[in-house]
Design a protein around this ligand. Sequence first.
Ligand code: ACO
Length: 438
Amino acid sequence: MDVYLFWIMAKNTVTITDNSTGKSIEIPLLQGTEGPATADIGKLYSELGIFTIDPGFTSTASCESKITYIDGEKGILLYRGYPIEQLAEKSTHLEVCYLLLHGELPSKTQLQSFRSSIGHHSMIHEGLKSFFNGFSRDAHPMSIMVSVVGALSAFYHDSLDIFNPEHREISAHRMIAKMTTIAANSYKYSVGQPFVYPNNELSYTENFLHMMFSVPAEKYEINPVVADALDKIFILHADHEQNASTSTVRLAGSSQANPFACISSGITALWGPAHGGANEAVIKMLMKIEKPENVNKYVEMAKDKNSTFRLMGFGHRVYKNYDPRAKILKETTERVLKALNVSTPLLEVAMKLEEIALKDPYFIEKKLYPNVDFYSGIILRAIGIPLNMFTVIFALGRTPGWISHWMEMIAEPKQKIGRPRQLYTGAVSRNYVDISKR
Ligand code: ACO
């Protein structure tokens, strides 16, 4: 088939002409409140019989959204228009959850009522607890999270009518509230300690620390430095527009699956080392590098195309500049280590690695900078979070983002099931051959 396409770009449209048939279509160029113009190619196939292909979605928007904006060239991240630096400095995670869900910062009364609703939903059904006992003691907590979060739909089916806004809100609050309890239980199970019930007098993040670290035999004092650092980590992870896990939640949700099942699929997508699993991988890498003198060897290995080794916590699909979250976390790491009087060779190795990589032509040309995972692991380690819980912490932080995107998608009247097409490169039609003749 000979197809000759001509694109003519005008102010608000692109005209595409197929010279083999003389047929033309006008494709609208949509302009958001920020970001590049976006060509709406929805009619390309029905009008001209052509698909587009973009593996990895490097130039393709999968939806319209009002929640988060990233300018990867300038290193800007906004939640509902608010710069991440301001939210990290002045806000709390629960306030950010409200902001992501509702689009505006809450008034005092709104925050109070949100806080009380999250508190109200913080316990999990007693029957759900027996799920944990079925896992091997050395199970990775992420594997427990995937299963137990999915199982929530078996216990909270009283609010699963996704077309009822009240049900959606209850499910969203349940999801945000119960994630801390499920996460802490998955840790308690792995160390053989009893599950700790939530204490709603504590803040969201303090409550998580209480469920993670307190034991019935002793009094547990929450260190405000630790609670503050963890709250910041939650804020910085709360949303990141259409990343792999959020897109997974949206795709699962587009089939009208229930929100708990959708979030469980998001947790699965987050788990891999190219996404949320990178925070665990960074620490393992820093431990392997061991000392600043070894950094050069590993940087060379990361540049070697014959090696599969990559600098974990470096590079990002969208940021072609320093990830603004990594900048905040670098400062926080230094402050937390000082306040807790912790010294770790890992920080020295990380700083040397960053210094060398940022001067290296390979990393400069490819615009590879530290991402959010580069420093978060050092803080998590310093505040006593075990390594296999790092990605769970990311999942906890990202939950309000996932659920906000799910809510936005369901409320969208034009919403359709997500169903990508493909460029087929397999065998052409052929006849079945009987097994005796193969
Ligand atoms: N170390 C060494 N080289 C790298 C790295 C790295 N960390 N990241 C990218 N590159 C190189 C690639 O080899 C590739 O080189 P080439 O053009 O010569 O083939 C080039 O940079 C572009 O890399 P891609 O993998 O094509 O970029 P993509 O946008 O698909 O991937 C990703 C982004 C997955 C984050 C990648 O940079 C990576 O694997 N980083 C390490 C893992 C990591 O830190 N993940 C966390 C991401 S942030 C988050 O999810 C919270």
